[in-house]
Design a protein around this ligand. Structure first.
Ligand SMILES: Nc1nc2c(ncn2[C@@H]2O[C@H](COP(=O)(O)OP(=O)(O)O)[C@@H](O)[C@H]2O)c(=O)[nH]1
Ligand SMILES: [Mg+2]
Length: 186
C-alpha cells in the first residue's frame, strides 16, 4: 500500500515538475539588444557581440519553461519564422528616441500579421540603465501601444504588454518571460 502511494506521489510530482516547452521569436531593430539578451539567457554571461543579421537560435531554461529562442536580425526574414513560434518578444532600444517611429512601425506590422494573431507579444523598453532613457508611459505612447496594454488589443485580440528592462544589468526581462509563460496558449 505504502509503495503504491509513493509511486502515485512520484507520478504526480513528475507531471507537476515537467517543464513546458515553448518557442519564442526575439525581434526588434538592430542594436536593441536581442543577441546580447539571448547570449545572457543561454550562457549566463554578458558579452559584447559583433552585430550580425544572421538568425541565431539557442535554448535555455527559465523557471518552468524550456525556451527555444530565435534572434532574428534581418527584418525581411522575420515572417519566415512566424508559423513556428508561440510568442514574440519585441526589443526596443529605449535610449534611442530617434528610432522610435521606425520601431513602432515594425511592431505595428507584427501586430497586424495574420499568422501571429492571438499570440502573446511582450515589448521590452530595453537599456533603461542609460541616463535619459524613456519612462514606461512615454515609451508606450511612442510605441503606440498606450491604449492596448494590460488586456487585449482590440484588433486581433491578443495579450500585449510592455516591460522596462536592462539586459546589461540583468533586470526586467524576467517579468516579460513570466508574463509570456502565463499568457501562452495551450
Ligand atoms: N546600456 C545598455 N546597453 C545594452 C543593453 N542591452 C544591449 N546593450 C548594448 O547594445 C548594443 C547592441 O546589442 P545587440 O545585442 O548586438 O543588439 P541586436 O542588434 O538587437 O542583436 C551592444 O553594444 C550591447 O552591449 C542594455 O540593457 N543597456
Ligand atoms: Mg544581433
Amino acid at each position: 500500500m505504502l509503495s503504491w502511494i509513493y509511486s502515485l506521489l512520484g507520478s504526480i510530482w513528475n507531471v507537476l515538475s515537467r517543464k513546458k516547452k515553448t518557442t519564442l521569436l526575439m525581434l526588434g531593430l538592430d542594436n536593441s539588444g536581442k543577441s546580447t539578451l539571448l547570449c545572457r539567457l543561454a550562457t549566463g554571461t554578458m558579452a559584447q557581440l559583433a552585430p550580425s543579421a544572421r538568425p541565431n537560435s539557442d535554448s535555455f531554461e527559465f523557471e518552468n519553461l524550456t525556451v527555444t529562442a530565435y534572434d532574428i536580425g534581418a527584418r525581411r526574414v522575420w515572417s519566415n519564422y512566424f508559423s513556428a513560434t508561440d510568442a514574440v518578444l519585441f526589443l526596443v532600444d529605449g535610449s534611442d528616441v530617434t528610432r522610435f517611429p521606425e520601431a513602432a512601425k515594425e511592431l505595428n506590422g507584427l501586430l497586424s500579421a495574420e499568422e501571429l494573431s492571438g499570440m502573446p507579444v511582450a515589448v521590452l523598453n530595453n537599456k533603461v540603465d542609460v541616463p535619459g532613457a524613456l519612462g514606461m508611459l512615454d515609451f508606450k505612447e511612442q510605441m503606440q501601444i498606450d491604449r492596448c496594454c494590460s488586456g487585449f488589443r482590440l484588433v486581433g485580440r491578443r495579450p500585449l504588454e510592455a516591460f522596462a528592462s536592462s539586459v546589461k544589468l540583468g533586470c526586467g526581462y524576467q517579468d516579460a518571460f513570466r508574463w509570456i509563460a502565463a499568457n501562452l496558449r495551450d
